[in-house]
Design a protein. Structure first.
Length: 219
């Protein structure tokens, strides 16, 4: 795609993501909307790969129809994936809350490194573990969607594939982490881009990295 055409498509996908999220009253719409965006991006990548190979590209439905068809198809499955992510982030939030003294510890205790619990010399190590888990969960939260869009396997297998990908493809994992950090930096530096592209831009970048890494079959 040309740069202008890509920018327009990502902008429209961002609007559709918002509409899909609102259609499920946010709670039930956030994850199906995310899955639908990745379903569209997957077909975009497949079409581009066929064009590069000089193959015929069959006609596709319009963006509106493709998005909402995927939204409806992924409603239950995407929310089950999302429930696991919400649980994971809730556990991390609780851990960080305890470590920073938000539960009964007070600021004075937190200032001495113990948080609500007096962890002593173990506090920095436990804090490091929480940071590592936060990074892993962030990577899982974005990588699981392209794989779920590509494979119709049971969800436990999707999670295993996602974790395996992050562990065995370190250059790819580092590239995805760089995309996440760059996205946060751009959002902070140019907040005006958030309402224009939102999550569609990093979703596209991660999907492209995974697709071009060769880990996904082309069918």
């Amino acid at each position: 795609m040309g740069l202008g055409e890509l920018g327009l498509r990502l902008f429209l996908l961002h609007l559709l993501w918002i509409a899909g999220t609102l259609a499920g009253l946010v709670v039930a719409g956030l994850f199906p909307a995310t899955a639908a965006v990745h379903a569209v991006l997957r077909e975009d990548q497949r079409e581009a790969a066929r064009e590069r190979a000089g193959e015929d590209t069959p006609p596709r439905p319009g963006l509106w129809r493709a998005f909402w068809s995927a939204w409806r198809a992924e409603l239950g499955r995407a929310n089950r994936i999302g429930a696991v992510l919400v649980l994971g982030w809730a556990v991390i939030a609780l851990d960080r809350w305890i470590l920073t003294g938000a539960i009964g510890g007070g600021s004075s205790t937190a200032a001495h490194g113990g948080g609500a619990l007096d962890l002593g010399a173990a506090a920095p190590w436990i804090s490091g573990v929480v940071v590592a888990l936060t990074i892993v969960t962030a990577l899982l939260s974005i990588v699981v969607w392209p794989l779920a869009a590509h494979f119709d396997d049971p969800l436990p297998r999707i999670w295993r594939m996602t974790l395996s990908l992050l562990v065995t493809r370190l250059p790819l994992t580092l590239s995805i982490a760089a995309v996440l950090m760059a996205s946060v930096w751009v959002w902070q530096s140019i907040p005006g881009l958030v309402p224009v592209f939102g999550l569609a831009l990093p979703f596209w970048a991660v999907s492209m990295l995974i697709w071009r890494s060769g880990v996904l079959p082309r069918t």
